[in-house]
Design a protein around this ligand. Structure first.
Ligand SMILES: O=c1[nH]c(=O)c2ncn([C@@H]3O[C@H](COP(=O)(O)OP(=O)(O)OP(=O)(O)O)[C@@H](O)[C@H]3O)c2[nH]1
Ligand SMILES: [Mg+2]
Length: 200
């Protein structure tokens, strides 16, 4: 089975990418399975810059194509926060529960109609000596009053996608992988995969 390196240490993302690439008979291998590879500091100010940093750093070390994902939650009533700082919103330990609590505290008293939000996922495909390609996906929704559900990861327990009553964490992984920002970004990438049966 052909392998594709995903420059992520986020277990939730790694699981979703394995699901996506399994459909193309490709094995998505995350950095959790390649511990010899370094952490990449995300010094960018945009999702594109951080996705490129992660993909290009690992692609140059391995001299092979690498995919990275930089993603996050944009909340209108918080002027777009947490955005590119979603993973570390409540601190460097990247604690999902603390991140959720911080968002809910900041949204206290904000009525449902003003709790609009969206997830954004930017994929970067980097190959040595080749221009990095970018693919973006969005999922619109709003922030719930309280967390609910055990599936997914990150802010899923407080994100209710448009067209649903349930939070992303109450939906099954199958449904999330049909509607998420990550799936919508993969759909952008799908033409390349379909044509070449690989990313390159
Ligand atoms: O509820 C969620 N459902 C999702 O589907 C999702 N996708 C991203 N996020 C949030 O945005 C941060 C990404 O930050 P991020 O792209 O820097 O990833 P990360 O630092 O967790 O891992 P890495 O890929 O950088 O290794 C994550 O930690 C999460 O808080 C999500 N939350
Ligand atoms: Mg990160």
């Amino acid at each position: 089975m052909k392998q594709i390196i995903i420059a992520t240490k986020n277990k939730g993302k790694a699981t979703e990418f394995k699901e996506f690439f399994n459909a193309y008979d490709m094995a998505a291998v995350s950095l959790n399975e390649r511990e010899e590879l370094p952490d990449v500091e995300e010094t960018g100010e945009t999702f594109e810059q951080n996705a490129a940093l992660k993909a290009e750093t690992i692609a140059n070390i391995l001299s092979q194509p690498v995919l990275a994902d930089d993603s996050g939650l944009i909340i209108d009533a918080l002027d777009g926060r947490p955005g590119v700082y979603s993973a570390r919103y409540a601190g460097e330990d990247k604690n999902d529960q603390a991140n959720i609590n911080k968002v809910l505290t900041e949204l206290e008293g904000v009525p449902q109609k003003d709790r609009t939000a969206r997830f954004i996922c930017v994929l970067a495909v980097a190959r040595p000596n080749t221009e990095t390609q970018f693919y973006q996906g969005i999922c619109n929704g709003h922030i719930s009053i309280a967390p609910s559900g055990k599936n997914g990861f990150g802010y899923d327990p407080i994100f209710i996608p448009d067209g649903y009553q349930e939070t992303m964490a109450e939906l099954s992984p199958k449904v999330k992988n049909q509607i998420s920002h990550r799936k919508n970004a993969i759909l952008q990438l799908e033409e390349t995969i379909r044509k070449n049966r690989s990313l390159y």
